[in-house]
Write a protein that binds this ligand. Structure first.
Ligand SMILES: NC(=O)c1ccc[n+]([C@@H]2O[C@H](COP(=O)([O-])OP(=O)(O)OC[C@H]3O[C@@H](n4cnc5c(N)ncnc54)[C@H](OP(=O)(O)O)[C@@H]3O)[C@@H](O)[C@H]2O)c1
Length: 263
């Protein structure tokens, strides 16, 4: 692929929420985007909407927890546009439970989607990126990958694992032209957050709106992040940062979390 060709971005969990916003933001800067999620109808709608905005978008409906998902996604990307030059591991769910109710199954499912599935996709795209000596791999982690949050043992553990995976990969491939980031927003106004607020409200003597407001207040920036802000931040990272790794959005201004080791 000539180096000046439009980037090809593979974005998981792109049918709605943060993933869709990232696809729209990258598409707006000329990326060709491959959207991945399970619900085919909703995914097709998302791709159709982006195409109506002039973005080259294709859809690959797959459950990322299936063992052959990474191969299917890569084949779909190659068929639509070619070898991916950007991978955004964004698909996620956010189960909430007390420690005693955090089952093995909940932990397995969460680690599977947030860690195993991203690793499989990383394995799938790395050979192409290494050959090009160019590429970007982003994990959509969370401030729950940097700090603890109550009633989210499985999620917080998985997000910490995502951050660790990103740090290790950054050190392994960063000097081969491949940038690796873990992007960490606080609470973002999406389905995940609204469903979590409804679940908490259903368990207690409060309303979903009150829980939602309390979540927003936990963000250091003092309000909910909006999905488009995450998309804009990723566009900015791609444009301005020559190297990874852990980038916290819940700061004003957003910043790398610490002195990152050079690859
Ligand atoms: N919202 C927040 O406050 C927040 C904060 C920090 C980090 N994050 C992280 O940001 C990411 C996106 O979250 P969001 O808030 O945008 O969530 P969302 O609106 O619920 O969207 C989740 C996306 O992931 C897809 N997905 C879920 N399970 C999947 C699977 N097994 N295989 C393929 N696709 C799957 C969903 O589509 P289908 O259901 O059709 O599969 C959907 O497109 C997650 O990793 C989340 O942990 C969110």
């Amino acid at each position: 692929m000539p180096t000046n060709a439009a980037p090809i971005s593979l974005i998981t969990g792109a049918s709605r929420g943060i993933g869709f916003a990232i696809a729209r933001a990258l598409g707006g800067t000329g990326h060709r985007v491959v959207l991945v999620a399970r619900d085919a109808a909703r995914l097709d709608q998302a791709a159709h909407l982006l195409r109506s905005e002039g973005i080259q978008a294709s859809a690959c409906a797959v459950n990322l927890r299936e063992p052959n998902a990474a191969e299917l996604v890569l084949a779909s990307a190659r068929k639509a546009f070619g070898e991916p030059t950007v991978l955004i591991n964004n698909a996620g769910t956010a189960p909430s439970a007390k420690a005693e109710s955090t089952s093995d199954a909940m932990l397995d499912e969460t680690l599977d989607l947030h860690v195993r599935a991203p690793l499989r996709l990383i394995r799938a795209v790395l050979p192409g990126m290494k050959q090009l000596r160019s590429g970007t791999i982003i994990q959509l982690a969370s401030t729950a990958g940097l700090r603890g949050f109550p009633f989210t043992l499985a999620y917080t553990a998985a997000k910490h694992a995502m951050v660790g995976l990103s740090r290790a990969l950054h050190l392994e491939v960063g000097n081969r032209g491949i940038r690796v980031f873990a992007v960490c927003p606080g609470f973002v106004d999406t389905d995940i957050t609204r469903e979590a607020a409804a679940q908490v409200a259903a368990r207690g003597k409060t309303t979903a709106d009150a829980v939602f407001a309390a979540m927003a207040a936990q963000n250091r920036i003092g309000r909910m992040h909006q999905p488009f802000e995450v998309g804009a931040a990723i566009v900015q990272l791609l444009k301005t940062q020559p190297s990874g790794c852990v980038y916290e959005l819940d700061r004003n201004p957003p910043a790398f979390v610490d002195e990152e080791q050079s690859p």
